[in-house]
Design a protein around this ligand. Structure first.
Ligand code: CP
Ligand code: NVA
Length: 310
């Protein structure tokens, strides 16, 4: 079953891919868009194991697998109770006897590392508290389609330095996109991720700007991106976070500072009136539904390369 077309066996972090692999996955995703149903995953079965809710990730993975001729088995949190009903190493070793790949959405990123360590089949991170690499792939695909290039563009991320921000920062630094991030004190991006991203930025020649000022981050950018102020698992902090992020809304005022042809992105689900002003995602500059669709295309490319017949 070890027939990966990529250097990595598992995809836990976007940085498990080489920058050149990200670029080739983007091109491959664009190619697959026009090829419809295929049989690249024929006779392959994947387990989709989710500990958190999902609309996009679950559906886009299941449809991607089906459109490539494979089978998907969804396992809800209650069924497996990862680490509670059964230890993660045992879940990994049992699933490896049945399926050709495991897609896991979990809380602690460490759970993915343990699952990957004990799994005989590829493990894909479908979101952890630390990274959301499949989202970052779809994000870059969307930027590339909308702008016709990646290198030399500037993306501003406004809001929480969370899983989505971590993967996006790395992905941008790897592929030549300048990255500005504005977060309030106490909600900045992870330091180890920032250090890693700065390393990539040195190679790709991009700038990374971290600031508390959303206006500074948004000035003259090609892409403005935001995500929820309260991620899954942080619901108890919602009130405190709403206050901390009150000045970090993507609205017309902030948008006016960006380039005239800038686009608005959001991984979704969105909280209209919180991180995005009411109605702003319905304006022509918003590409969020193309972005959501691209989850499926990017994952098709990823699955075909990781698991498919080359
Ligand atoms: N963007 C994203 O991952 O959405 P879901 O949580 O609905 O999967
Ligand atoms: N940061 C969000 C992303 C949802 C797709 C969360 O983890 O809940």
């Amino acid at each position: 079953m070890d027939e990966t077309g990529l250097k990595t066996r598992h995809l836990l972090s976007i940085a498990d891919l080489a920058p050149v692999e990200i670029e080739s996955l983007i091109n491959y995703a664009i190619e697959l868009k026009s090829r419809g149903w295929l049989s690249l995953l024929r006779n392959k079965t994947l387990a989709i194991l989710f500990e958190k809710p999902s609309l996009r990730t679950r559906v886009s993975f299941e449809v991607a697998i089906r459109q490539l001729g494979g089978e998907a088995i969804y396992l809800s949190p209650a069924e497996v109770a990862l680490g509670k009903r059964e230890s993660i190493p045992d879940v990994a070793r049992v699933l490896s006897r049945y399926v050709d790949g495991i897609v896991l959405r979990t809380f602690a990123h460490h759970n993915l590392e343990v699952l990957a360590e004990y799994s005989a089949v590829p493990v894909i991170n479908a979101l952890s508290d630390f990274e959301h690499p499949c989202q970052a792939l779809a994000d870059l695909l969307t930027v590339y389609e909308k702008k016709g290039k990646l290198k030399g563009l500037t993306l501003a991320y406004i809001g929480d330095g969370n899983n989505v921000a971590n993967s996006l920062m790395l992905a941008c630094a790897m592929t030549g996109v300048n990255f500005n991030i504005a977060s309030p004190d106490g909600y900045t991006v992870d330091k180890t991720i920032l250090k890693k991203a700065r390393g990539y930025a040195k190679d790709s020649g991009v700038k990374i700007i971290c600031t508390e000022d959303p206006r500074l981050a948004a000035k003259g950018v090609d892409v403005i991106y935001t995500d929820t102020w309260t991620s899954m698992g942080q619901e108890a902090e919602a009130g405190v976070r709403r206050k901390a992020f009150a000045d970090y809304q993507v609205n017309e005022k902030l948008l006016a500072l960006t380039k005239k042809n800038s686009i608005i992105m959001h991984c979704l689900p969105a909280h209209h009136g919180e991180e995005v002003a009411e109605g702003i995602l319905d304006t022509p500059r918003s590409v969020v539904f193309d972005q959501a669709e691209n989850r499926m295309h990017a994952q098709k490319a990823l699955l075909a390369k990781m698991l498919g017949k080359q």
